[in-house]
Ligand binder design. Structure first.
Ligand code: GDP
Ligand code: IMO
Ligand code: MG
Length: 425
């Protein structure tokens, strides 16, 4: 059985949660390998909607074991809250969730530091989710982080937490974010530790043993390629590597154990937060995409910036991830457009560019060159096979695949689980 890595090829919110849910019918293990509760992965099953932040989307399938692997930064209070909410809705979480002993923990002071830094940046702010992701990864890289293994040793956890909280409160004395109420916070963390400690184990062993036993493993990426800390539109990125390569360092599974990479792409483009976005439409068409696609952040509720499909950015993203297969989502959102556009190249200072530039300043200056195709003006939301789609929609998809060099694997035509189908050769 294959090990598949699933990643977003745009700026996040491509519909990864939904595609994970579709694929997990055939998976034994679903593994998150980076990011934290900045992610918001939506799964709709019948009339029920679930938004997962830290817990892999596979939790909604009975037969799967779900792993939060070492590359994820974990807020213990947010994780307990998410577990409680799901348990309350009848999802059996505690029996089917494992937390890597090597995960770095994220605390309230990281969120406060995130807010403080954003306030300091003023107009130049990144537009983070304020979940403390940057500061938590910074503590990890600075070798002052606290890892999940200490949840099993409350006395040691308390000593480490109090020392770090004191350090942050010292920094905060001159900041406008107040200071952390350490006693109150510690009491909540002590309770969280008792819930989470039984879930903690060495998940590198778990994942490698599952791979050796021929289990089917799905690695669930969060965010998207253009938010990758190395390859994204720096500094307007998140603080982890979001590309498929991160599935190795984020889980402890070696590169040659990975069989395939599926890239999730929306039929158009969205971005939430600040930073360059070449195909952004600040006009009625952009508003129409937002309205028809319900483009509001699953984590923060912020309106998402919208624009046409960017084949320059997506082809580069497919290369970085080695994404041979594509899952195309939200095709239905384009149903009502008389024509649709694809960005096939950029103009930069009088030159034509077909690869994504490195420098964010340059990306902010490019002018997209578009190719226009006829729309299909038909309802695709009840299509269950590729052949059900109108010919103009199929022509649009063929062109996207041709421009990005991917093979179409899955199409999604609505938010529900049953509005998804695989595409044969
Ligand atoms: P993720 O972060 O990549 O998992 O994506 P989000 O869950 O943040 O955002 C995707 C949004 O689009 C969610 O509200 C989904 O329910 C919704 N969605 C996913 N696929 C489709 C689709 O094919 N059509 C429509 N209309 N909505 C979809
Ligand atoms: P999913 O997994 C879309 C964006 C934030 C901000 C930047 C940095 O649901 O696709 P951070 O809080 O990570 O320091 O913010 O990254 N961002 C996302 N945008 N989807 C996400 O996750 C995101 N996670 C972070 O909006 O621009
Ligand atoms: Mg999301």
């Amino acid at each position: 059985m294959p090990t598949t890595v699933l990643v977003g090829l745009q700026w996040g919110d491509e519909g990864k949660g939904k595609i994970i849910d579709f694929l997990t019918e055939r998976s034994d293990l679903v593994v998150r390998f980076q990011g934290g509760n900045n992610a918001g992965h939506t799964v709709e099953i019948g009339k029920e909607q679930f938004i997962l932040h830290l817990i892999p989307s596979g939790i909604l399938r009975q037969g799967t074991l779900n792993v939060i692997a070492n590359g994820v930064v974990v807020n213990p209070l947010a994780l307990c809250h998410e577990i409680d909410e799901l348990q309350r809705r009848g999802v059996d979480v505690l029996q089917r969730l494992r937390l890597s002993s090597r995960c770095h923990l994220l605390f309230t002071y990281h969120g406060m530091m995130d807010s403080f830094r954003e306030a300091q940046l003023g107009e130049g702010k990144i537009g983070t989710t304020k979940r403390g992701i940057g500061p938590a990864y910074a503590d990890k890289a600075s070798r002052v982080g606290i890892r999940a293994c200490v949840l099993r040793d409350v006395a040691r956890f308390e000593t480490l937490f109090r020392a770090r909280a004191e350090f942050y409160n010292h920094l905060f004395t001159n900041a406008e974010v107040g200071t952390l109420e350490v006693e109150n916070e510690w009491e909540k963390l002590r309770q969280a530790a008792s819930v989470l400690a039984p879930l903690v184990e060495d998940t590198a062993l778990l994942v490698n043993r599952a791979a050796a036993a021929g289990k089917s493993i799905l690695m669930e990426g969060a965010q998207g390629t253009w938010l990758d800390v190395d390859f994204g539109t720096y500094p307007f990125v998140t603080s982890s590597n979001t590309i498929a390569g991160a599935a190795c360092t984020g889980t402890g599974l070696a590169p040659h154990r990975i069989d395939r990479v599926t890239g999730v792409v929306k039929a158009y483009t969205t971005r939430v937060g600040s930073g360059p976005f070449p195909t952004e439409l600040s006009d009625a068409t952009g508003d129409a995409l937002r309205r028809r696609g319900s483009e509001y952040g699953a984590t923060t509720g912020r309106p998402r910036r919208c624009g046409w499909f960017d084949a320059v950015a997506t082809r580069y993203a497919a290369m970085l991830n080695g994404a041979d297969g594509a899952a195309l989502t939200k095709l239905d959102v384009l149903d009502g457009f008389e024509s649709v556009r694809i960005c096939t190249a950029y103009e930069l200072d009088g030159r034509v560019v077909t690869d994504m530039p490195t420098d964010g300043e340059e990306i902010a200056r490019v002018r997209p060159r578009y190719e226009e195709m006829p729309g299909w003006l038909a309802d695709t939301t009840s299509a269950t096979t590729y052949e059900d789609l109108p010919e103009a929609a199929r022509a649009y998809i063929r062109r996207l695949m041709e421009l990005t060099g991917m093979r179409l694997e899955i199409v999604s035509v609505g938010p529900r689980r049953d509005q998804t189908f695989s595409v044969g050769d």
